[in-house]
Design a binder for this molecule. Structure first.
Ligand SMILES: Cc1cc2nc3c(=O)[nH]c(=O)nc-3n(C[C@H](O)[C@H](O)[C@H](O)COP(=O)(O)OP(=O)(O)OC[C@H]3O[C@@H](n4cnc5c(N)ncnc54)[C@H](O)[C@@H]3O)c2cc1C
Length: 545
């Protein structure tokens, strides 16, 4: 069946979008702003968006939200301005917050970034896309769809007990972890080598890090910037916790861990378990000892990273979490949603303008998989080994953030249209950076094992704070941080040159090895989205070579 010309009441659409949260609404907005004549249908299952995680944006997503989507006013009024990332370390024996080593910026951030309440943002985006002329059906459940090629696709959904089938030139999958197209095509893959899980909850009655009470409890004033406006991370070997302030006064807090190295509390409700772990850290105790978890706002996900080995084809494309997800450590989920959505809107517009996009489809599909693999190896492969050591993390913090600012941040601000239209780590230069990053990441992990063998892992986790006096810039100035990071890394290489690392990844260096397959507790049965097909596809292996 070929779609006839679209008329306002017909069942024929140019684009049908599956899922209307961040990726779906952004895509609708981008398409309609450029081609108001298009018929775009957004099908959203929920009656009301949930607050997701309580998200922190990085600078690339900040650029997308402000420059591309033009949401500056909304963000300034309804969300919390974010000022950087702060990492807090500790060692057993210390329970005073002011002795915890701290890494973070000294002053306010130079680029717009936000602590988002996703319930508010997603609703605003969906409203905006409806204002631009997208047709929104909600709540509506997608019953089936057929991907038969541009103009021949069908989508059947149910709303208020009625079933409707529409045809679409393009189908865009923005259904998040539901990953409707990838599941149907059997292309969803678990990422091997990164067994990372997470649980989180929203809290009320959290004590602010900049409050007089915090001072009374011993936390000394440090940097110029309000500490509470940062995304604060508590760090440990094999785990980290995020603490994110939300605009209504609640806080989002969660723990993410690598099952090979760490087991979080396993008894009770999610909120209690998160709190039990948070208060083991002096900064967590300062903030959360009187906090109340909002239990109906809690989630736990097993096996966070996954991807689809195919993200687009003739007349269909997946983006955002429907294409894949990696790890929330550096808050880059929305960066990937932004790139994917922008690239998809360019591709769809070219196709609807009558261009042959066969080559673009192959290119984007390859680029996505390449980007995902490079992203994994450059930032996350075995990283949880050294998260709990402040010196190693100081090197990683400087190197990871400097490469981010020299690369993606600088690029999206310089040439927004061109840079958002492809995925991160693109081309030979992106590949070169990815290799360099993968190299130092590998080395830092080896040094961590050497320090475990020597008993010096976490040596400077108390009383050694490191504040960045110069902010990160999306310009060659970020090279200064790169050099400082490389110097810290080389110093650690030299200090540990003659030490043999412990050989087992999970070895503590004290004659103990965690055997996670035995002591990792089962997560509750209610966990959404259990792991998918475990094998890596041929296509992915080709990219990974
Ligand atoms: C623990 C954790 C922490 C994170 N922290 C951050 C962070 O700090 N910063 C950051 O940038 N990112 C973070 N992320 C990632 C971020 O949450 C996601 O990348 C982002 O929410 C993806 O948006 P999306 O629109 O693609 O998908 P979603 O937000 O999941 O939206 C999918 C939509 O599709 C709808 N849908 C699903 N199935 C159907 C169906 N059958 N029919 C119709 N509609 C359907 C759903 O109702 C939903 O509204 C984190 C993720 C996790 C797991």
């Amino acid at each position: 069946m070929v779609c006839p010309a679209n008329t306002p009441d017909s069942d024929h659409y140019d684009v049908v979008v599956l899922g209307g949260a961040f990726s779906g609404s952004s895509l609708g907005l981008l398409l309609k702003r450029e081609r108001p004549d298009l018929r775009v249908l957004i099908i959203e299952k929920s009656t009301k968006f949930d607050r997701k995680v309580g998200e922190s944006t990085s600078e690339v997503a900040g650029c997308f939200l402000t420059r591309v989507l033009g949401l500056g006013n909304h963000l300034a009024g309804k969300h919390f301005q974010k000022h950087g990332l702060r990492l807090w370390f500790n060692n057993p024996g210390n329970d005073c917050p002011s002795h915890c080593s701290e890494i973070g910026p000294y002053s306010q951030a130079r680029f717009p970034t936000f602590q988002l309440d996703r319930e508010i943002l997603d609703q605003h985006l969906l409203d905006e896309s409806a204002k631009e002329g997208c047709e929104v059906v909600r709540p509506a459940t997608i019953k089936s769809f057929g991907l038969e090629g541009v103009g021949k696709n069908t989508v059947t959904y149910q709303q208020d007990g009625e079933t409707r089938t529409v045809t679409a030139k393009w189908v865009a999958d923005c259904s998040g972890k539901a990953a409707l197209i990838a599941r149907k095509r059997g292309t969803l893959q678990a990422l091997e080598g990164h067994p990372v899980h997470s649980m989180w909850v929203r809290f009320r009655n959290v004590r602010c890090l900049d409050s007089p009470e915090a001072r009374k409890m011993g936390l000394k004033p440090g940097p110029f910037v309000a500490r509470a406006s940062a995304t604060n991370h508590l760090m440990g070997r094999g785990w980290w916790c995020w603490i994110i302030p939300l605009s209504n006064g609640d806080f989002s807090a969660g723990v993410t861990w690598d099952e090979r190295l760490f087991t979080p509390p396993s008894e009770g409700q999610i909120g209690q378990r998160v709190k039990e772990h948070l208060v083991t850290h002096p900064i967590g105790k300062l903030m959360f000892e009187n906090a109340e978890p909002i239990e109906n706002d809690a989630r736990a996900y097993k096996n966070l990273p996954y991807y689809s080995s195919e993200v687009c084809g003739d007349g269909w494309i997946s983006m955002g979490d429907a294409a894949g997800f990696m790890d929330p450590l550096y808050s880059q989920g929305l960066d990937y949603c932004a790139h994917g959505t922008y690239a998809a809107h360019r591709l769809i517009l070219r196709s609807l303008a009558g261009e042959c996009v066969k080559e673009c489809i192959v290119k984007h599909d390859f680029q996505y998989r390449q980007s995902y693999q490079r992203w994994f190896k450059s930032l996350y492969l075995n990283k949880y080994q050294y998260l709990g050591d402040s010196e190693l993390m100081r090197a990683a913090f400087l190197l990871d953030l400097a490469t981010y600012f020299v690369g993606p941040v600088q690029l999206v601000y310089k040439d927004t249209d061109k840079e958002f239209a492809h995925m991160p780590y693109f081309g030979p230069i992106g590949g070169g950076f990815a290799k360099f990053m993968a190299f130092y990441n590998r080395r830092l992990e080896v040094i961590a094992r050497k320090r475990l063998a020597k008993g010096t892992y976490g040596k400077l986790n108390v009383d050694h704070s490191y504040f960045l006096r110069k902010s990160f810039e999306g310009s060659p100035l970020a090279f200064g941080h790169l050099i400082r990071g490389a110097r810290t890394w080389l110093k650690l290489e030299i200090q540990n040159m003659f030490t043999k690392p412990v050989t087992n990844f999970a070895d503590t260096g004290k004659g103990e090895t965690r055997c996670e397959s035995m002591d990792h507790p089962m997560m509750p049965m209610s966990l959404p989205n259990p792991p998918m097909a475990a094998k890596t596809s041929k296509a992915t292996l080709e990219v990974a070579k």
